[in-house]
Design a protein around this ligand. Structure first.
Ligand SMILES: [Ca+2]
Ligand SMILES: [Ca+2]
Length: 378
């Protein structure tokens, strides 16, 4: 990486990449890890912490808006058994999805897929909207940066030439000028022929602007998880408790040696990002809630939000997230919650495709594994 862009790269990447991988700061992962199937045998002994999901019975009289499905809402147990998440050989190193706590959400419609390039293009064509990644960073945002370093761009996953210690994500992320939703893999790339791929390099305000234009909104974290669980109780994945039922992957995640060049074997059918709807939907008809691209939610990220709700002793009714962000590992960064993991999640490093687990990202940061989907209240 050029030194010139290092400063902005570091600022923009640290929080977004820590979404998935921040906990590696806390541990010392083995080098040269090989692909493992350990998530397949994840511990379910604490499943009793989950109480049955009780779906609302009421259904709207009208048909769902095009491209959306009805999520009935109801009461459910939210969060993750920390014994089941994170690195398979190091259970429970991430604790922000605990404790499992009781939540109620009203019913709503949700986009059946991640928002696609085609859909985002309609919004941009109609409004002339310019995403954060397309905007030149300002002196106000980066007061110590030299003028020539203020270059619009975004962050791209860049495989390493050989095996690396997994404790430093800066090794496989690069800030690339002129990278944005229309140029997802750098200035020479395009989205031609990729209309059905999820839009990426989307900062929070870019997602929010689209949602408003579409007459929708971003889901709360609770709405996202209720929907992703598909009415089931306490399952590890959006499709059940086995990573590969009948030996078949159910989501676009990462297999092979992470993060090296040609390390992604694409055993699930895709090396890198996939068009939407390539895997079976969950029982509410939602595609790719696990993997493919991370999805913004509306909630501030606070490491202890679940603990606070749980300690209230009540069912949290339509929780809207904490009043303020709080990430003690990165206190200066303003973050909101991401959910679902991405095509880069692997049991060697990040198992956030597990349905109850959480991610987080700085609100003005984007990358080529981050998108969103919307909801709509009735
Ligand atoms: Ca894949
Ligand atoms: Ca997703």
């Amino acid at each position: 990486m050029k030194k010139k862009t290092y400063w902005i790269f570091a600022i923009l990447t640290i929080s977004i990449i820590s979404i998935a991988f921040g906990y590696t700061k806390l541990i010392h992962p083995k080098e040269n890890l090989v692909a493992m199937d350990c998530a397949e045998t994840a511990n379910t002994t604490a499943e009793s912490a989950f109480k049955p999901t009780i779906e609302n019975k009421k259904k709207p009289a009208n048909k769902a808006p095009q491209g959306m499905v009805w999520i009935p809402g109801g009461e459910f147990s939210m969060g993750s058994n920390v014994e089941d998440e994170s690195l398979c050989s190091l259970k429970g190193v991430t604790k922000d999805a605990a404790p499992i706590h009781r939540v109620y959400v009203d019913g709503y419609y949700m986009d059946e897929t991640e928002v696609t390039n085609e859909e985002y293009a309609k919004f941009v064509n109609a409004t002339g909207y310019v995403t954060v990644a397309e905007q030149k960073p300002t002196k106000e945002e980066f007061p110590t940066a030299a003028e020539e370093d203020l270059i619009a761009g975004s962050v791209i996953f860049t495989p390493t030439p050989s095996a690396v210690n997994l404790n430093n994500f800066l090794q496989w992320w690069n800030y690339i000028p002129q990278t944005d939703w229309k140029h997802p893999l750098g200035p020479q790339s395009s989205i031609k022929g990729k209309e059905k791929y999820p839009v990426v390099h989307i900062a929070y305000e870019d997602a929010e602007a689209y949602a408003k234009w579409a007459g929708k909104r971003l889901p709360t974290e609770a709405e996202w998880e209720f929907a992703a669980r598909g009415g089931k109780t306490g399952e590890i994945y959006a499709w059940g408790n086995v990573l590969k039922p009948k030996g078949k992957f159910q989501a676009n995640i990462y297999q092979g040696h992470f993060p090296i060049k040609d390390g992604d074997t694409g055993e699930d059918g895709f090396k890198g990002i996939a068009p939407v709807k390539q895997y079976a939907p969950n029982s509410y008809g939602l595609y790719d809630v696990a993997g493919n691209v991370w999805e913004w939610t509306n909630d501030w990220y606070s490491v202890d939000y679940y603990k606070t709700l749980n300690e209230s002793g009540k069912v949290a009714k339509n929780p809207q997230g904490p009043d303020a962000y709080n990430d003690p590992t990165d206190p200066s960064q303003i973050k909101r919650v991401h959910r679902g993991g991405s095509f880069l999640c692997t049991d060697q490093y990040c198992t956030r495709y597990m349905v109850g687990t959480r991610g987080k990202g700085e609100v003005r940061s984007a990358a080529n594994h981050l998108g969103f989907r919307c909801v709509k209240s009735i």
